[in-house]
Unconditional design. Structure first.
Length: 281
């Protein structure tokens, strides 16, 4: 492996792992570490939307600096673009794929398996904490607590695969599908990123934070003012937060993100007519 640029070394330092040969074991370690170190959140997006010339992806230098400084992660476009840049520096053969109409994932081809593609998705709230072997293992299944993700051949669209997300026995997402051969680069998503900053875009009208904490074997999720803590053994605790102060304390204590500027994000939402505490959500 050639000498890494400074941003890539800082990226790995934030993940808490050292560079190794590009294989499945290292990729799996990267996936788990990334889900804990870079939360899925739209706080940064709400703040970014207020700045002139905001419709762009953060550079890897900025992505890592924002994570260290404030605890930012991002949504799928920012997370997967920067993950792709890191994987490329680490010697992985990887590319982005569009998933459905508003999501992305990363396809990585592993030489130890003859270039077999695996599915990597660290930019959603689902428990995809390991690469999915969707071609060699058609019954692949990733579980965490009551949640299950499967990637299966799409019966109606040859060559494509469906991403199926279950909560218990209920199928909560069957709209995502992808073609692993549909190679994309971050710049190819410019129009989709523009749409994600439109006034009515979903992540400009809600508050969303989700992180996995492997040391506690749990995930912590916030949807507006509803907190959900899910344990790997299936136990869950749900709580409705009644004030901005309670929200800030929860993000600091439960999410372990004391520097994440949630107060500013809530104020931005209020200016857009979104009151997180008007009703239970």
């Amino acid at each position: 492996m050639s000498r890494l640029p400074a941003w890539a070394s800082a990226y790995l330092h934030h993940l808490g792992i050292a560079p190794r040969p590009a294989d499945y074991a290292f990729l799996s370690e990267l996936c788990r570490a990334h889900l804990q170190a870079f939360p899925f959140e739209n706080v940064g997006k709400l703040l970014q939307a207020r700045r002139p010339g905001h419709k762009s992806l953060p550079s890897p230098e900025q992505f890592v600096a924002d994570a260290v400084r404030c605890g930012f992660g991002g949504t799928c476009y920012a997370i997967h673009a920067n993950l792709l840049w890191l994987l490329s520096e680490l010697g992985f053969s990887a590319h982005l794929v569009p998933v459905g109409t508003s999501h992305t994932a990363v396809i990585v081809r592993l030489p130890e398996w003859g270039g077999e593609p695996v599915y990597v998705d660290l930019g959603s709230t689902a428990p995809v904490y390991q690469p999915g072997r969707f071609r060699r293992d058609p019954d692949n299944c990733i579980r965490f607590g009551p949640e299950t993700v499967r990637i299966t051949p799409d019966a109606e669209r040859p060559g494509r695969y469906q991403y199926l997300h279950y909560r218990g026995e209920k199928l909560v997402n069957e709209d995502w599908h992808f073609d692993p051969e549909e190679r994309r680069e971050p710049d190819d998503f410019a129009e989709a990123i523009d749409r994600s900053f439109a006034p009515g875009a979903f992540f400009l009208n809600c508050l969303r934070i989700h992180v996995y904490q492997w040391d506690s074997e749990r995930s912590v999720s916030l949807k507006n003012n509803t907190l959900l803590i899910t344990h790997a053994d299936g136990g869950e605790r749900r709580l409705t937060l009644g004030s901005l102060r309670e929200l800030e304390e929860t993000v600091a204590d439960e999410f372990r993100l004391p520097r994440l500027p949630v107060r500013e994000a809530v104020e931005i939402l209020q200016s857009r007519g979104v009151d997180l505490f008007a009703n239970e959500t």
